[in-house]
Write a protein that binds this ligand. Structure first.
Ligand SMILES: N[C@@H](CCC(=O)N[C@@H](CS)C(=O)NCC(=O)O)C(=O)O
Length: 191
């Protein structure tokens, strides 16, 4: 299997953590790919042009939520990592929503020239991000290896719980988000 992702993608990091927790690291080759690079072939894998994508033989699976379930089911780890399915899916929805807001802000600041930026829209994304993090901060979080905790751990790097969780499970370090320069050849929006 091939995972197309980029080191700074929160959705890609979530999938990488699931790969490690399911013991699938030898079964999945990771290919770095930035979704904004013009690449017609990639659109055949995911018509939405987004990472992460998991190529499995002649099929391509997207998005990160579907990939995670596929990998957990394939490795027989679904029940173990998702003991409470609805709770896990709710936390994933929250974490993905925070990541969506963070990615939207990043794109706005990097790709869109200043004269096209909308302050109200930016503040709305910021509000979702901060409220989402506050909600997580107030939740009581265990130290267990479970899918909801993997989602949260790959999103956070600030909170006390995160340091405890990563110390308890050092094998997850390999899936942490990394700041990464944007590849050359990506054009910003100008008009
Ligand atoms: N819901 C999707 C979100 C994926 C996503 O937004 N990925 C970003 C990178 S972190 C992307 O590929 N953006 C390219 C674009 O929006 O054109 C998932 O969970 O996989």
């Amino acid at each position: 299997m091939i995972l197309y992702s980029f080191p700074s993608s929160p959705f890609g990091c979530k999938v990488k953590a699931v790969i490690l927790a399911c013991g699938l690291e030898k079964a999945v080759e990771i290919k770095e790919f930035h979704p904004w690079l013009p690449d017609v072939e990639f659109r055949f894998l995911n018509p939405l042009g987004k990472i992460p994508v998991l190529q499995v033989e002649d099929d391509a699976i997207f998005d990160s939520r579907v990939i995670c379930e596929y990998l957990m089911e394939k490795s027989g780890m679904l029940e173990k990592l998702m003991p409470d399915r609805i709770k896990s899916l709710k936390i994933q929805a929250l974490v993905d929503g925070i990541a969506d807001a963070a990615v939207a802000i990043r794109y706005e600041l990097f790709f869109r020239p200043a004269h096209l930026r909308c302050l109200d829209w930016h503040e709305r994304q910021q509000l979702a991000l901060v409220s989402g993090l506050e909600y997580l901060n107030k939740s009581s979080l265990s130290m267990d290896i479970r899918f909801d905790n993997l989602c949260i751990a790959m999103l956070l790097s600030l909170y006390e719980w995160y340091y405890g969780f990563m110390k308890n499970h050092p094998f997850l370090k390999a899936s942490k988000a990394k700041d990464h320069p944007v590849p050359s050849g990506i054009t910003r929006l100008e008009k």
